[in-house]
Design a binder for this molecule. Structure first.
Ligand SMILES: [Zn+2]
Length: 101
């Protein structure tokens, strides 16, 4: 440790992220390279989003992750209860499984 409490200064992080952002948008880079930098940024952004969530928001996000249809693998969380067989099955998906479509 070289004295400071934080290992990396915020300025360094911000400057690095700014570089990634420039690389992600630069026409001088090929598609793979732009995507690489964009993926790096997306990982950071989603991590920060999670860090900034309140306890309640985190609990909702965890609950939401359980509400996924086993048939189509889409979220059932926002689906009206009338259109659900269970939290893990859309009514439409169940009907298709039963061969009534
Ligand atoms: Zn479904």
């Amino acid at each position: 440790m070289s004295g400071g409490i934080t290992r990396i200064a915020p300025e360094s992080i911000i400057s690095e992220l700014s570089n990634w952002s420039l690389e992600a948008g630069s026409g001088y880079n090929d598609g793979w390279t732009r995507q690489h930098y964009q993926n790096q940024l997306d990982r950071i952004f989603s991590h920060i989003d999670k860090m900034r969530m309140s306890k309640e928001e985190r609990e909702i996000a965890e609950e939401k992750a359980k509400w996924v249809c086993t048939e189509c693998e889409k979220s059932t969380f926002e689906t009206d209860h009338d259109y659900l067989v269970s939290p893990t099955m859309h009514l439409g998906c169940q009907l298709k499984l039963d061969g009534n479509d």
